[in-house]
Ligand binder design. Sequence first.
Ligand code: SAH
Length: 272
Amino acid sequence: MAGRVVFIGAGPGAADLITLRGAARLAEAEVVLFDALTDPALRSHAPQARWIDVGKRGFGCATGQAAIDALLVRLARRHRVVVRLKGGDPSVFGRLEEELAALAAAGIPSEVVPGVTAALAAAAQTQRPLTRRGRGRSVSLATAMTADAGLAAGAAHADTEVFYMAGRQLGVLARRLLAAGWAAGTAVQVVSRAGCADAVASEHRLDTLAAASVLHAGRPAVVTVGVGATAVAPGVGAPVVANVDGAPVVARARRPAAEADASPAGAAPLAA
Ligand code: SAH
């Protein structure tokens, strides 16, 4: 009896951001293989299932990719429905390609249920739309971890670029973007744990981006650069973000001294 594997996007980390279809498929699962960034509260959708943690974090892998591929195939041969639960959307930096290929090679049917990817959760968190009429016509999703961060094309870029996996190297990312032709004053926002109750959002200029490292240290974060990082209007859509204690922690980075004016310095609340 061969079963099938359902890849489900769990959303950015808050259990209620999974889709209705995702929750329904989860309820059918006999086994669930889940990643590090999925909310433990999702277990309530599949209390009947055996839950296996194959979480990968940062640069290292808790479970190697080849081992996950093999485990999926083995489990699908013994169970009717195997769910592969991935943070955000499975198709975005989720190693979906390898896992789909392994299943196809073994003749095991699969299905993919989309989820809310971190870039979209960040845009919602700060109420800063990724596309804007007339001037924000393209969006790219890029990883900051590869050698060239997708910047090989020099000045060519999308109106809004969202970088995943950038948390540990914001300074490096900023330097590469400057070298690629972005202006020093380009708007940048960093949102960590977007969509979650303890989300933190901060806004910066490209030349002060490195300062965001401390604020978001140790938290999954996306960096949005360009049109999509700008506020819709002054005071409108200002990030309303609370830390675990409920205190606002939305911050604006200090401007370079030469340009300093009456605007808040250091980590002043945006909405104040
Ligand atoms: N498939 C996932 C991305 C996995 S790669 C998705 O679609 O969102 C892991 C990276 O995603 C992290 O390094 C971080 O850049 C980003 N990320 C995941 N969850 C996040 C969240 N809640 N807030 C901000 N960034 C997040």
